[in-house]
Write a protein that binds this ligand. Structure first.
Ligand code: SF4
Length: 341
């Protein structure tokens, strides 16, 4: 989808997807409908949303009727009962207070929040909310103090969020930007927040994209711009550094999906001694499969957390490594590319 959709929302030529999903009306009561039927209804409405055929329904929203966003909330609640939002498939009952590997039950906490100008040029000034909890355990995580310990910071509530967005918009924010940790493992709280929101700002989802098909379907019709990490070029590094299995196939599949349902930027943070094994395959795959998307090469790796115990991760990149990385990406022939040093 390139950046065209996101830009159209920023310039008020189109409503954000989450807002369109709020305006599409559906059945009034989901409680008697099976999960299978709800997914069918969901997929039908998503097709309608993307084809623009939902526009008539948008103007006929009646009070007390449920929306596509409500339907997504219901499906998310059902998933939380035996959580399979991500491939770790913990199957814990998060609604009853059980905690999965992401460290989260039902609630969500924001450990940092504010108007930032240090992100990609087309998203700033951006209103970023950093959520606790993550389904990966990257040894070099720079936000680990807020990510690993959940229940730090402010508990996310819909009213607090809606008021905060109003404040940040008055200060110049051009979007709402969910980051983590990992926003996808906080899906229920974020959808509840969007339900309480009226201001039609585009939604940026800054994610590791380690999510199941169902989670990706729930993000369809919600997210306007994915800023997605493709962190590791092979499953061995993903396991030893990120702590997850079946990484590469999951991310490749989800990147393709993300590019079809929203605007997309793919980031790769270059790690020292991981140019051949990680950067090269990532660049090769993206240039082959997503040549029209924006690629962001990040050369600003700084060791943190458990990286200090790993010889290959406990230093910054050398100047020679940075030049080598740039050469590799140049050979990828990307039409749209960003570099951060
Ligand atoms: S989102 Fe959390 S609880 Fe759910 S499967 Fe992933 S790690 Fe487990």
């Amino acid at each position: 989808m390139s950046l065209a959709h996101y830009r159209a929302v920023v310039y008020k030529k189109r409503l954000p997807f989450w807002k369109q999903s709020k305006l599409l009306t559906v059945a009034d009561d989901f409680s008697l409908i099976s999960t299978e039927q709800l997914w069918k209804l969901h997929d039908e409405l998503i097709r309608s949303l993307h084809s623009g055929k939902g526009s008539k329904k948008r103007t006929s929203l009646r009070e007390n009727r449920s929306s596509l966003l409500d339907l997504k909330l219901e499906l998310t609640r059902r998933i939380y009962k035996s959580c399979t939002l991500c491939p770790l498939s913990c199957r814990v009952d998060r609604l009853s207070g059980e905690v999965g590997r992401c460290g989260l039950a039902k609630g969500a906490w924001v450990f940092r929040e504010g108007l930032l100008v240090s992100e990609e040029p087309f998203v700033i000034p951006t209103h970023e909310l950093f959520f606790s909890g993550c389904n990966m355990g990257c040894k070099f995580c720079q936000a680990w103090e807020g990510v690993v310990q959940t229940k730090v910071g402010i508990e996310f509530t819909p009213n607090w969020f809606a008021q905060l967005v109003e404040l940040r918009k008055s200060q110049g924010a051009v979007n709402i930007h969910f980051v983590g940790g990992e926003p996808t493992v906080n899906l229920l709280a974020t959808l509840e927040g969007l339900r309480a929101l009226e201001i039609p700002l585009p939604l940026v989802w800054n994610t590791n994209l380690f999510a199941t098909d169902e989670a990706m379907k729930l993000l369809d019709g919600i997210v306007d711009l994915f800023i997605a990490d493709f962190k590791f070029g092979n499953d061995k590094c993903a396991w030893s550094i990120g702590g997850v299995e079946d990484y590469v196939a999951t991310i490749q599949s989800n990147l393709v999906k993300a590019s079809k349902i929203a605007s997309l930027v793919v980031r790769h943070l270059v790690m020292p001694d991981h140019i051949d094994c990680c950067l090269k395959p990532v660049v090769f795959w993206i240039s082959e499969n997503l040549p029209d998307e924006t690629f962001h090469l990040m050369l600003n790796y700084v060791p943190d957390w458990k990286a200090w115990g790993e010889p290959s991760l406990c230093r910054r990149l050398t100047e020679a490594e940075k030049e080598w990385a740039k050469e590799i990406v140049k050979a990828g022939g990307f039409k749209k590319m960003l570099v951060t040093e």
